[in-house]
Design a protein around this ligand. Sequence first.
Ligand SMILES: Cc1cc2nc3c(=O)[nH]c(=O)nc-3n(C[C@H](O)[C@H](O)[C@H](O)COP(=O)(O)O)c2cc1C
Length: 170
Amino acid sequence: MTAPRTLIVCMSIHHQNTARVASAIAGILHADIRSPAEISPQTISDYDLIGFGSGIYFGQFHAALRKWIDDIPSDLRRHQNAFVFSTAGLPSLWWLWQRSIEPKLRKKGFDVVDGFHCSGFDTVGPLRLLGGLNRRHPDDRDLANAQAFALQLLTKLSDADTANTLLSSL
Ligand SMILES: Cc1cc2nc3c(=O)[nH]c(=O)nc-3n(C[C@H](O)[C@H](O)[C@H](O)COP(=O)(O)O)c2cc1C
């Protein structure tokens, strides 16, 4: 087995917080990053691993990403590996925000192997008047954690030789 061919489908509309996390993860996994509008759900057959990333908007992963998942044909191959990641004003509630996406993914036959969550600069509504929540996040440490998460995924999903080769090339 070689390294998993990885696609990241990502929605990041507020401050590009999640887009920065997506780039950090993609740098390790050599993943393609697309928005739901840029790629058809059928394309998942070309990949071994799909990452779903979004800011949290009113308690949920972005509607366009959720619709994209709904539009995946049910007859596409089962048991494809997936991971999820998000940035939020209140990232400690990731277990709650995740409920808007994980059951959908499982219903479509994905094995959700891991997840990553961190805080993101949030200036929604009255928060803007107060200078926002989580200023400067994701910061360097958050992005390093996102890279560590991707490395862990890589070692989990690749055979030992491939993982060693990939790690030594970083
Ligand atoms: C319209 C809107 C609604 C939001 N709702 C929530 C929410 O319900 N819970 C939360 O923790 N953060 C919420 N946030 C904060 C965002 O999740 C946070 O800023 C995130 O990092 C945005 O990611 P992005 O820059 O990739 O779009 C909201 C932000 C916006 C703009």
